[in-house]
Design a protein around this ligand. Structure first.
Ligand SMILES: C[S@@+](CC[C@H](N)C(=O)[O-])C[C@H]1O[C@@H](n2cnc3c(N)ncnc32)[C@H](O)[C@@H]1O
Length: 266
């Protein structure tokens, strides 16, 4: 039987602690603010958090449990724990570790993990320097699924990845948040080349996530391809949208984000 959605429990976990998740809004509907797609929290009359993965990205990730059974999961960039806790609910058999330099979010995450009896822990630490000891101690030196979502520069993202690469299991999946949104695609291409793995840019996720993998089975590839484009159709669509917007410039200026896109090879 398919597991029910994690969403009601994920929302309740934060809500009960006094943090109301605010996520998944169309920028178009809230002053064209891009950030409203991502997750923050209303707490004591203000906005808290650091733009966690969007509602749509949680929905995308949670259905991965139809295809995978990772045992050890690592999140670099825990913030207020939104993706760490979402992954702990999605993969209840796994141990999930979230790492962040911000101790306030780490403390909240651990409070939520303990209170809701989830398997995992958030740790204060700085990537890449602190990662190896954490992975050895907390995940017995093996990562089956990773989410890299810390400092959004190419250099930092590469440093995060190459530090954890030796610990990735043979069939691991490594997700990179905000690839297109933060212009990190060139760094991802370098990672694909140097790691000799396969890459997919999930152009139909909110932030334009990247995925690195060695091999994946056909059913998972079919699922992932629902969130990715063929390069040529993405480029054509992008061009046509820009053309349309330029021709109707009173509506909006053309989007300037570019992404080459990928085909699955695994
Ligand atoms: C976009 S937020 C992560 C959101 C989180 N993944 C979620 O879905 O809720 C980025 C986080 O990375 C953290 N960070 C930045 N540089 C870091 C580093 N070198 N090591 C660990 N965490 C870092 C920041 O403190 C911030 O909380």
């Amino acid at each position: 039987m398919t597991m029910p959605s994690i969403l009601p429990r994920l929302y309740a976990i934060y809500q009960q602690a006094g943090y109301t998740p605010m996520t998944g809004y169309s920028p178009h509907l809230i002053n064209d603010c891009m950030s409203v797609q991502f997750t923050t929290f209303l707490h004591e009359g203000d906005i808290r958090g650091d733009f966690g993965i969007s509602l749509q990205e949680v929905q995308f990730m949670e259905r991965l449990n139809d295809y995978l059974q990772p045992k050890n999961i690592l999140v670099i960039g825990n913030a207020y724990g939104w993706s760490t806790i979402a992954l702990a609910l999605t993969f209840p058999q796994a141990r999930v570790i979230g790492v962040d330099i911000n101790s306030r979010g780490v403390d909240l995450t651990n409070q939520l993990i303990r209170h809701n009896k989830l398997q995992g822990i958030a740790l204060s630490g700085r990537s890449p320097a602190d990662m190896a000891p954490i992975i050895k101690e907390q995940l017995a030196g093996t990562i089956d699924l990773a989410l890299i979502d810390a400092e959004h520069t190419i250099e930092a993202m590469k440093a995060d990845f190459f530090e954890i690469q030796p610990f990735l299991s043979e069939d691991s999946l490594c997700f990179f948040h905000d690839l297109i949104g933060h212009n990190l695609v060139p760094g991802f291409l370098e990672i694909i080349k140097q790691s000799r793995k396969n890459g997919l840019i999930l152009t139909r996720t909110t932030s334009g996530m990247g995925l690195l993998f060695r091999t994946i089975n056909r059913p998972l590839a079919d699922y992932l391809n629902c969130f990715a484009d063929q390069s040529h159709s993405y480029a054509l669509y992008h061009g046509l949208i820009n053309h349309y917007l330029a021709a109707n410039s009173e509506h909006r200026s053309p989007c300037d984000k570019t992404c080459p896109g990928f085909d699955l090879t695994g």
